[in-house]
Design a protein around this ligand. Structure first.
Ligand SMILES: Nc1nc2c(ncn2[C@@H]2O[C@H](COP(=O)(O)OP(=O)(O)OP(=O)(O)O)[C@@H](O)[C@H]2O)c(=O)[nH]1
Ligand SMILES: [Mg+2]
Length: 369
């Protein structure tokens, strides 16, 4: 019996053999869809073929305002970084696979409590069940930001390898969800429209992908030059779009010229964990990528509490979200709020619970009597 992993390998081999051109586009699209389906099968606990167990993460309780995970090959310095940033102890050693489980630490930054997770090193093929990779990547899926830790003296190809492992698990790095609409229908066949010129997808490819999912009637409309993978992501669903920082560690071992190149790359942060170089720069970057909003509470008749902000995500920053962070019953008693800060024109301004707050706003909640 061919295992799921064998089937994945076969398809990957076939894709590598297939020349990419207009005539093969729909066939490649079909193979990509098959691959996505097999990968999903590998992750569902009921799959027989996979090997390596279900896609369950490490059992570490979420705490604090946000979660950041350290992912990388063995011995790149993940544990060293956790120790320096959080003061938590995670064993450091020159041999590979020193860390065997998930070790959490806490960073206090700008009044926010950020949970940092040290994870075991992953190896190529992790997504297909090698080592503890699936557990590592399942845990990575629960994070708000991922730090891919790279060793400055190791080949740059390592970056792509790690990315491939995460992508195989449905994690999309530094990418917005595809701007395309996919709507199933009862009849009418496959309809394909686009507001831009498409270099990747044509009707035939779209049909091939849909047929792999046994979808025969659907409207697909694009607003940008989407790829076959983008369409598959939308059909599959359950993709996670995650901000990611490439932390290049051990820069104490490279030349200044090499460092200057690294410094220019997008999403890169060169550091030396061991010598504590640029850890402040990294913290600042983590903060930026977490995209959090600090709200100061002002009890009636008192000064705002600037020491202990309530932290909300910039995607969920209404007054209601703020109330829910404080207490689950708070909105029930909510009458209106007084807000000072950049989200309002007047000081203070009276707002309802739909009002969107901005970083460093001050809020006083007025309850119903
Ligand atoms: N030169 C240099 N060595 C470092 C630096 N950071 C870590 N190391 C060394 O790299 C080796 C591996 O460090 P760890 O922190 O254990 O690496 P890890 O990524 O946690 O490794 P695993 O747990 O095995 O996946 C140790 O010998 C560290 O002392 C650095 O900034 N510069
Ligand atoms: Mg370690």
């Amino acid at each position: 019996m061919a295992t799921v992993m064998q089937k994945i390998k076969d398809i990957e081999d076939e894709m590598a053999r297939t020349q990419k051109n207009k005539a093969t586009a729909h066939h490649l699209g079909l193979l990509k869809a098959k691959l996505a389906k097999l990968r999903r099968e590998l992750l569902t606990p009921t799959s027989k073929g996979g090997g390596g167990g279900a896609g369950e993460g490490f059992d570490v309780t979420k705490s604090g305002d946000a979660r950041v995970g350290l992912v990388g090959f063995p011995s790149v310095g993940k544990s060293t970084l956790l120790n320096k940033l959080t003061g938590t102890f995670s064993e450091v050693a020159a041999y590979e696979f020193t860390t065997l489980t998930c070790i959490p630490g806490v960073i206090m930054y700008k009044g926010a409590k950020i949970q940092l997770l040290d994870l075991p090193g992953i190896i190529e093929g992790a997504k297909d069940g090698k080592g503890r990779g699936r557990q590592v990547i399942s845990t990575a899926r629960t994070c708000n930001v991922i730090l891919i830790v790279l060793d400055a003296i190791k080949p740059i190809t390592h970056k792509r390898l790690i990315e491939k492992e995460l992508e195989g698990f449905g994690i999309r790095l530094n990418k917005a969800p595809p701007n395309l609409t996919f709507r199933r229908k009862d009849k009418g066949g496959i309809n394909f429209t686009s507001t831009v010129t498409n270099t990747n997808l044509d009707l035939e490819t779209v049909k091939a992908i849909c047929s792999e999912y046994r979808i025969h009637n659907a409207d697909v409309s694009l607003r940008y030059d989407a790829t076959a993978d983008d369409l598959i992501d939308v059909i599959e669903g359950s993709r996670i779009y995650m901000p990611c920082i490439y932390v290049v560690n051990k820069i104490d071992q490279i030349t200044l010229e090499e460092l200057e190149i690294l410094d220019k790359l997008p999403h890169y942060c060169p550091i030396s964990a061991h010598l504590e170089w640029n850890l402040d720069g990294l913290l600042e970057m983590i903060w930026e990528y977490l995209d959090l909003v600090r709200i100061y509470t002002k009890p009636k008749g008192l000064n705002p509490d600037y020491e202990d902000p309530v932290i909300v995500s910039s995607k969920k920053k209404t007054v209601e979200d703020f109330c829910n962070r404080i207490h689950k019953d708070m909105v029930k008693q909510f009458k209106y709020a007084l807000v000072w800060g950049s989200s309002v024109k007047h000081k203070p301004q009276r707002v309802g619970k739909e009002h969107e707050l901005e970083d460093e706003d001050v809020v006083q909640i007025i309850k119903k009597v």
